[in-house]
Design a protein around this ligand. Structure first.
Ligand code: SF4
Length: 93
């Protein structure tokens, strides 16, 4: 086999494997979105719409704020709308 033909085959193999790598990376990017579907229910974490002592959702590491400090937001763990003054047993500062 000539050197030029071998180089062409190597280039094609590299492109093929590069495409496979991109497919794997693309699939990995989709996995976190699927994990969001496995959110905990408010009942499971004993969510309440009022603070628990000094702890409240707006100070929690999992809270995703709404448009302003008083607006309802979301949570990275718990499904549904979350009150910034709420709390659940998964609270983390
Ligand atoms: S984990 Fe619990 S306390 Fe923290 S933001 Fe979510 S619902 Fe609120």
């Amino acid at each position: 086999m000539s050197q030029a033909k071998q180089t062409d085959l190597n280039r094609r193999a590299l492109l093929r494997h590069g495409g496979l790598l991109l497919a794997v990376v693309g699939a990995a990017a989709v996995i976190p979105a699927q994990a969001d579907d496995d959110m905990l229910s408010k009942a499971t974490v004993h969510y309440q719409s009022m603070p628990h002592g000094a702890q409240h959702c707006s100070d929690c590491a999992y809270f995703i704020p709404g448009n302003d400090a008083a607006a309802v937001g979301n949570c990275r763990l718990v499904a549904g709308v979350i009150d910034p003054n709420g709390w659940c047993e998964r609270f983390s500062s």
